[in-house]
Design a protein around this ligand. Sequence first.
Ligand SMILES: [Zn+2]
Length: 259
Amino acid sequence: MMMPDPAGKARWVLETKNITGIPALALHDIAKSEKIPVRMEAFPDEPGFSGELLFKGDRRAIIVNTHIPSPQRHTFTFAHELGHYFLGHAPTYEQDDAAGILCTAEGIKTGSSKMEREANTFAVELLMPENRFLPMMFGAAPDFALIKSLARQFQVSKQACGYRILDFTREQCAILYSENARISGYKVSRSGKGFLRNIKQIPQGTLAHEAISTKQGQETFQECDPEKWLVRYTALTQLYSCTRGIFEKGLAMTILRWS
Ligand SMILES: [Zn+2]
């Protein structure tokens, strides 16, 4: 049996459904064309529950938990559930005459199983297709202005957009998310793989740490000691960092670039 190619499947959906506008705004049309009812509903008692693909006989339905007030998160979950559908994933639980694939925020975030990772790959390509996203980067490395502008154009979260830029940039760079200086998520560009220290916290004595502890975002990229961040560097390595955040909530995003 051919292994499904999640990104290829997403491109196939965009082509066959003739989606030429912003894909994020076409998800309801895609579901409708497959006769899949979609329920956007808040489940405040289940904050860890993101979404579900429901199976009932031949019929399918999608539920998206809108409890967390972020339309971009709902969009991503919706695209992720469409991924389970188009990739033909089997239900993970059965109950009475219904079955389903239940997706948690944690499972989606970490790609906790092969199915979750495939649905994520599908969602990323569906929402930010390479052939449209790449030309709009103009070969640039990630910075806050580029992430903001592309996130707005594709109607996705800044996090999803920043990570997508890292899929394509040729530069050595990384994006790190932190919560009260504890790293909660990160991604490294292709050419930057193997350079970053295995760290759990934003290192003390860095501009990133200073920005977080003084609750003051950096206006621009500033040079920083590579030893704090990298395992591999030489006397010639130059590393730049820029940190901004919603400091009153303890949330920060750090972009690192080095060469
Ligand atoms: Zn899932």
